[in-house]
Write a protein that binds this ligand. Structure first.
Ligand code: SF4
Length: 479
């Protein structure tokens, strides 16, 4: 993908915030003149090219720096910029082809905005000098792969992993103390868990919310509250969680990177834990391009879901903020992430899942699954990576109420693809579509219950909360 390419995603370069010295400005001009045509460089000032198979991740319209979003689909173009293929798919493919798969696992930091728009070559030259120019060149030319990697990392890893981040590609186990939530406890006890979600209300009234919580509460362990799903404003997830706690239910607090900054995230996690929230689900969030007009910012800009996992895990385990300040009473939280097993090739999806687990994900909630038989290959990939035993997996199941809903999900929701056989069943069902939808959900549950490595289901109600009781009862999953 590198090299002058007519289909490159040209984007305006960032500018520095403050006026730089003449030398730095000149260097920045030379850098954009070279890296612009070659790599579509936007002068993010925090270059990752060496680690992303020489394809600039800033070409991703969301600006994702840690792998693809759940909407990736190699057969279609990027759902945010429909004129281009997914840039992260190209990065993964090339990294695998060149044997650099391991570099995809390193948790990369968010942008240091103070560097945005400035040149990056100066840092490289300074670091090479520090290491020793002769030593660096000798190492790079060496036939010994270990030596070559060491000397490469002594320059580039130091630059891309600043002291305030120190990201790596290792797994960091959560503390082995008491479970922090009922959800975690039930997982650890080996129970097959049922979670669901209740749709947040549009207005500030809580009567319906309380009724919906009450109707699902006896049948599930935890209730998710979406964070402005489909990029449409509603009551915030944190407010719904508080209402659920007051009703004696255990909530899962969803935080979407789409609307989150690093400062906001850290303050919110402390606040959420202080009011009794224990389960946090970090998601990228549906892009504003699928939300209502006028379209809000499509870039994630500040942090992605992997970086969110990393920051929250460090707050919990090290009692420290990103800026290094330590504090007493760290948040006691059970951290989750979303996964989209079939968005692209499950082999590639498993790499992203691996990274999320390394960053801090203890449980996964999958996207909607309608073809449970396909899960086996994905689970195999997780197992091969030795991560299947490091995460609890809830499979996303949806009772479809109508053929129209099936069509909507298939066409509009990134990462969801409805198999033809399901579409046909829903279409043929006519007025009995809700009944057919329930039967499909029950069949999926029946199939996933038997699978090794699956720890439960997550019923995505699509505003049909009253059906939860029937699904849980008829599938024999009553608490
Ligand atoms: S599909 Fe997602 S990850 Fe890929 S380029 Fe588009 S927004 Fe980025």
């Amino acid at each position: 993908m590198s090299g002058i390419k007519p289909a490159r995603r040209w984007q305006p370069a960032f500018f520095p915030f403050k006026k730089e010295s003449f030398g730095k400005r000149l260097l920045a001009k030379v850098e954009i003149c070279v890296k612009g045509p070659l790599f579509g460089c936007r002068m993010c000032g925090n270059c990752l090219l060496q680690e992303t198979a020489l394809i600039c991740p800033m070409e991703c319209p969301k600006g994702l720096r840690n792998g693809p979003c759940g909407g990736i689909n190699p057969e279609k173009n990027c759902y945010v910029d429909e004129t281009r293929k997914c840039i992260w798919y190209a990065i993964y493919k090339r990294a695998l082809k060149t044997g650099r798969e391991d570099t995809l696992l390193e948790v990369l930091p968010p942008l240091d905005w103070n560097k945005v728009g400035t040149e990056t070559w100066g840092d490289v030259v300074r670091q090479v000098r520090k290491v020793g120019t002769g030593k660096f060149i000798g190492g790079i030319l060496s036939g010994d792969t270990v030596k070559r990697t060491e000397v490469w990392d002594s320059v580039f890893k130091t630059i891309r992993q600043p002291e305030w981040w120190h990201g790596d590609s290792e797994y960091h186990a959560a503390p082995s103390g008491e479970p922090v939530s009922d959800l975690e406890r039930r997982f650890r006890e080996g129970k097959f868990v049922v979670a669901t979600e209740v749709t947040p209300p549009l207005g500030a009234g809580t009567d319906k919310l309380i009724r919906d919580i009450g109707s699902v509460k006896p049948y599930v362990t935890a209730i998710n509250f979406t964070d402005s799903s489909s990029a449409r404003p509603k009551m915030s997830s944190i407010a719904c969680c508080k209402v659920a706690i007051d009703q004696g239910s255990e909530p899962v607090f969803q935080v979407a990177a789409r609307d989150t900054t690093r400062t906001g995230l850290q303050s919110t996690i402390i606040g959420a834990n202080a009011i009794g929230i224990k389960n946090i689900l970090c998601i990228t969030g549906d892009n504003s391009v699928i939300g209502p007009s006028p379209t809000s910012n499509m870039n994630l800009l500040d942090i992605d879901s992997v970086q969110m996992l990393w920051i929250i895990r460090k707050m919990r385990d090290d009692g420290a903020y990103l800026d290094g300040r330590t504090f007493k009473n760290p948040p006691k939280v059970f951290i989750g992430a979303a996964t989209s097993p079939f968005a692209s090739d499950p082999v590639l999806q498993a790499i992203k899942d691996h990274k999320k687990i390394n960053a801090g994900a203890q449980f996964f909630q999958t996207n909607l699954i309608f073809e449970p038989e396909k899960l086996d290959f994905w689970l195999e990939q997780l197992d091969k990576r030795n991560i299947l035993n490091k995460v609890f997996i809830l499979i996303g199941v949806a009772p479809l109420k109508s053929f129209k809903i099936a069509q909507y999900l298939h066409t509009n929701i990134p990462g969801v693809s409805m198999p033809e056989k399901i579409m046909k069943r829903m279409e043929k069902a006519g007025e009995s579509a809700p009944e057919e939808g329930v039967q499909i959900a029950l069949e999926v549950i029946d199939s996933v219950k038997k699978k090794q490595g699956i720890n439960g289901i997550h019923i995505m109600t699509l505003s049909w909360e009253s059906i939860v009781q029937r699904i849980v009862t008829e599938s024999g999953l009553c608490k």
